[in-house]
Each structure stands twice: as structure tokens, then as C-alpha cells.
Design a protein around this ligand. Structure first.
Ligand code: PEP
Ligand code: MG
Length: 567
């Protein structure tokens, strides 16, 4: 049995089809005619752009905007004038061949991103490599594997499955994806989820172990690839596949249902998004609004700071899409382990405890001011809630609130309209939770970021996989802090949301409701699963259960109680 990281849930039983990468020769050699070489470069780029446009067209008929935008991004990369100019310069300066020039320029760009622990940026680097490989293959006339032609059931196995490969497959025949590299947010993983194909990434030495035509069981719920099994185990999994399909259809039927508990308590379920591109799927899942817009993605996915206008248009589109429902936009949460590649950050000994989130914004207040201006200008287009990350003292919030009010005054003086908006804070540092009563007197809302709250309360770096055992959402310290926050919020008559991963877990979500959390914000695909649980439980029982849990002594006992009582 091999293990991997589940990137798209589900089960499959089918023979393996390995897709091995052809090696591409990018050795440097001297060319005779620079002009011809540059003409070859443009030929290869044109061919690549037409192939990508054809793939996008095909994709538009099958998928939605989310995957279509992957191809838009790839086309933009292939046409990027800055990169093309660098390749041309290299060919001219070194009288070298296209394949070498493209590869070395791209590797230099990718190298800029290599130390950044950000899934999204890593994806951008992998997009750049994928597109440049396509350009080189087109130049060298290397034929690409035609996955569209697969006409019998298989599970694909590869070192890496690229976005364009994933988008080419027919889910009727390709029943699963397996790869040695890639993350949950790789484009091929996103496509796998859209196609409903189970996928495992990070399967170590996969290509060394599996053989073509070998029949395997893929269990992407538990992250297992089972290679030898009995008939009984196979029938056990056949049953799971049948039940899984039935359950999926049942959950889809809940999209239009309102999230009320059996005794009529209403809980708002909102979406976490990273850009306007995520809005369509969030709306499809019937998200009430946006509970967390992580704006850092607009800043990370590029080579320079986004202008006030660019930001304004992005915020405007999201606000308009959900109008009149709320959209909570978090100001830039950058620094620490999430540096911007194009800004100079000072090295810090302890980045997670360093200049990140609001601390960074207060140091680089020109960036925060630009963002706030864009946000206030966009406020006339919908129900805007501005949220500040990593607040650890009341003074930090008072300072940014003053800044917002000054910017609003300046805009009005310049005859620019500003609509109404709310100002809130993320509660993700224990000090903020412990002074929630004082913060509640100055803010309009709270949103608990359980990912960081757990990291800082249990003093366990969330990026350190060896400390995964301390990622304990049910630790009494966390539940007590959450309860303190909701108690203070209720007293001050303001609302508390949870936008960390805990809100996406149906069982944990029930516990949060019992602890008086008003709103839950999560990845859109979790909304129906959480709703399913809300519809089966009574608010009164959840409140009783959570209060009982607050007096327990271990998180194991908490899990036991939750499993026993939550329906
Ligand atoms: C959190 O910390 O829970 C949160 C939602 O913010 P992020 O995951 O972006 O740090
Ligand atoms: Mg956080």
C-alpha cells in the first residue's frame, strides 16, 4: 500500500495508466543565425497560444470560469512581453538556442519564488514551468500525450499531472489521479475536484512502484493506494463507491435549502475566497456572502504592487456579485513566512512571531493606505466589512480605525463617494481573545481565525508537519478562548464569525454553533456538508453539549462526546 495526500475525495477501482515525462534536451549550443532563432521562438509561442486557446474553448464547454481562468493565465504567461524580451535578449547576447534560452530565463524567475511557503505562489511557478515546457516541446516538435483519446477505465499515475493534462481527460474513463508532487491547491487538484475524480498527491516513489495495467484501489478519503487486496476488500470498496455517489447527490440537493437547526435557529454560512475568480463557485454553492477575502493573493500573484485602481476593481466586482449580502475583506496579511517576492523584507529569527499581518501594514502604512482607499471607494458597490488580521492589542485597532476615518475624510473632500462599511478584527492571537471584552467596545464584528489561534495558543508552528499532533481544534484552551470571545461579543451586541478551517468541519461547526458563534465561513465546497449537519441537530442540544464539553478535561473526551451526541 502507498500513502498520499487526498486532493480530491472519493474512491476508484481501475488499472493504472502511467504517463511518463519525455526528457527534453535544453543543452546550450551556439546558433548561426540569431534572427532565425528569434523567429523560431515566436513560431513556438504562437503554436503554444493556439493550442492553449483550443484547450480553453473545449474547457469552456465542459467546466466553469474557474478552470477557464487557468487557461487565460497560461495564455497570458505564454504571451508575457517581459519574459519574451528576456529570452530574446539571451539569444542575442549569448548567440544561443531557443530551448536553452527559454529554460534558463524561466528557471531564474521560478528561483525568485523558491523559498516562499505559499501554495498559491508555488502554483504560479509551476504554471510558468508548464507553459515554458509546452513552448520548448513545440519548438523541438515533441509530441504531447493525447489524454483525450483514452477510451477505457484507468487511474492516471504521473510524477506530476499538469493543469492542461487534467482538463483534457474524460471523467467517464479516467477514474482517478495519482501524482508524486503537487498540492491540494494545484490546478490539477482543483480540476479533479470539479470533475469529481478522486486524487492523491505527494505519493512518494509512485512511478517506481506502480506498473501499467496493474489494478488498484484508490481510497482518496484515507489517502491510500491499495495494490494487493482480496475479493472481499474489493466488494467492500465497490459498496463505498455506490454509497459515495448517493451521498454526493443527496448533499447537492441541499444547495437551495436554508441552514436552520431542527428547532429553527439560523446560522449564516459564508465563503472564504482568494480572488474574484472564486465568486462563481461560492455563489453556485449558495454561500450567503463572503466571510473572508484573503487579499494577499492579489499581491502575491505578480511582480509588483497592485495599484489602487486595480484593487478597487477587484473589490468592486466581488461586492457587486454579492450585493446586498456582506463581503468581508481582510487587509493584507503578509510578512513573516509569507513575504512578497518583490519587496525587501528583513530576515527575522522568528517569522511567525514577527512583522506580519497588521504589524507589517502599520510599518508599511503607505501600502495599507492604498488598500484602504481602494476599499472605501468600493464601499458604494455593496455591503463591505473590512477586517484586520493579527490584531494583538486594542491600540493597533484604534490606530487603523483612525487611519480609515482620515482616508474617508480625504476622499469626501475630493468629492469621492464613500458608502457605509463595518470595521472588525480577526481574533487569531490569544491576547486578542483574552481582551475580547475591551475590543468588543470598539469594533463592529469579530472573526475568529482558528488556524492561527491554534498555532499561537499551543505554540506550535502550523507549517511544521512534525507538530501536526498539536493542531488540536478541540483543545480546551481553544474552546475556552472561543467561548470568551462569543460571550464578550454577545454582551456588546456584535456578531462573531469563525473563518478558520475549524468552520469547514461539520462536527466542529456544530460545536461552534453551540458556543454561540453566529456565522461560519469556509471553503465553498464544504458549505453543503456543514449545512447537512446543521439541519439534523437542535440548537438547544448543541448549546447544552458545548457547555458540558467546556468542563471536560481532555480533548479525547471532547471528541468522544461530539461523536456520541452530534447527529
Ligand atoms: C486563520 O488564521 O484561521 C485564518 C483564517 O487566516 P489564515 O489561514 O489566512 O492565516
Ligand atoms: Mg490567520
Amino acid at each position: 500500500m502507498l500513502k498520499g495526500v487526498p486532493a480530491s475525495m472519493g474512491y476508484a477501482i481501475a488499472p493504472i495508466l502511467k504517463i511518463d515525462r519525455q526528457t527534453i534536451d535544453t543543452t546550450k549550443f551556439t546558433v548561426k543565425n540569431i534572427k532565425t532563432e528569434i523567429a523560431y521562438l515566436h513560431e513556438a509561442i504562437d503554436k503554444t497560444v493556439s493550442q492553449l486557446e483550443a484547450l480553453k474553448l473545449k474547457n469552456d464547454q465542459t467546466f466553469d470560469h474557474e478552470t477557464s481562468s487557468i487557461f487565460d493565465a497560461h495564455i497570458a504567461i505564454a504571451k508575457d512581453p517581459e519574459v519574451i524580451k528576456q529570452v530574446e535578449d539571451k539569444i542575442i547576447k549569448e548567440t544561443c538556442n531557443v530551448a536553452y534560452a527559454v529554460k534558463s530565463v524561466v528557471l531564474k524567475v521560478v528561483d525568485m519564488f523558491k523559498d516562499i511557503e505559499d501554495e498559491y505562489l508555488k502554483q504560479r511557478a509551476s504554471d510558468l514551468l508548464e507553459v515554458s515546457d509546452r513552448i520548448i516541446k513545440n519548438h523541438l516538435d515533441i509530441e504531447m500525450i493525447d489524454l483525450e483519446k483514452i477510451d477505457h477505465e484507468v487511474i492516471l499515475a504521473a510524477h506530476e499531472i499538469t493543469a492542461s493534462e487534467a482538463a483534457m481527460v474524460n471523467p467517464k474513463y479516467v477514474l482517478g489521479f495519482l501524482s508524486e508532487v503537487g498540492g491540494k491547491n494545484s490546478h490539477s487538484s482543483i480540476i479533479a475536484r470539479l470533475l469529481g475524480i478522486p486524487a492523491l498527491v505527494g505519493v512518494k516513489d509512485l512511478m517506481k512502484h506502480v506498473k501499467n495495467d496493474e489494478k488498484v484501489i484508490l481510497d482518496a478519503e484515507e489517502g491510500k493506494l491499495i495494490r494487493s487486496y482480496t475479493n472481499d476488500l474489493e466488494s467492500f470498496y465497490q459498496n463505498k463507491i455506490t454509497n459515495y455517489v448517493l451521498e454526493k447527490h443527496k448533499l447537492e440537493s441541499l444547495i437551495g435549502v436554508k441552514p436552520y437547526t431542527t428547532d429553527g435557529h439560523h446560522v449564516e454560512l459564508l465563503a472564504n475566497i482568494g480572488s474574484y475568480q472564486d465568486v462563481k463557485y461560492a455563489k453556485k454553492q449558495n454561500a450567503y456572502g463572503v466571510g473572508l477575502f484573503r487579499t494577499e493573493l492579489i499581491f502575491l500573484d505578480r511582480y509588483e504592487l497592485p495599484s489602487e485602481d486595480e484593487q478597487y476593481h477587484e473589490y468592486k466586482k466581488v461586492l457587486e456579485s454579492f450585493h446586498p449580502q456582506p463581503v468581508t475583506i481582510r487587509t493584507l496579511d503578509i510578512g513573516g513566512d509569507k513575504p512578497l517576492p518583490y519587496l525587501k523584507h528583513q530576515d527575522e529569527l522568528n517569522p511567525a512571531l514577527g512583522i506580519r499581518g497588521i504589524r507589517f501594514s502599520l510599518v508599511k502604512d503607505d501600502m495599507l493606505k492604498t488598500q484602504l482607499k481602494a476599499l472605501l471607494r468600493a464601499s458604494i458597490h455593496g455591503h463591505l466589512k473590512i477586517m484586520f488580521p493579527m490584531i494583538s492589542t486594542k491600540e493597533e485597532f484604534v490606530k487603523v480605525k483612525r487611519m480609515v476615518k482620515n482616508i474617508e475624510k480625504e476622499l469626501i473632500e475630493d468629492n469621492i463617494n464613500v458608502g457605509s462599511y463595518e470595521l472588525g478584527v480577526m481574533i487569531e492571537v490569544p491576547s486578542a481573545a483574552l481582551i475580547a471584552d475591551q475590543l468588543a467596545s470598539v469594533v463592529d464584528f469579530f472573526s475568529i481565525g482558528t488556524n492561527d489561534l491554534i498555532q499561537y495558543t499551543l505554540a506550535a508552528d502550523r507549517l511544521n508537519s512534525k507538530l501536526e499532533y498539536l493542531n488540536q481544534p478541540y483543545h480546551l484552551s481553544i474552546l475556552r478562548l472561543i467561548h470568551m470571545v462569543t460571550t464578550a461579543a454577545k454582551k456588546a451586541n456584535i456578531k462573531t464569525a469563525v473563518c478558520g478551517e475549524m468552520a469547514s468541519d461539520p462536527i466542529a461547526a456544530c460545536l461552534l454553533i453551540g458556543l454561540s458563534v453566529d456565522e461560519l465561513s469556509m471553503t465553498s465546497s464544504s458549505i453543503v456538508k456543514v449545512k447537512d449537519k446543521i439541519l439534523k441537530n437542535s440548537y438547544e442540544d448543541l448549546v447544552k453539549l458545548s457547555h458540558k464539553i467546556l468542563s471536560l478535561t481532555s480533548d479525547i473526551a471532547v471528541v468522544h462526546q461530539l461523536k456520541k451526541h452530534i447527529k
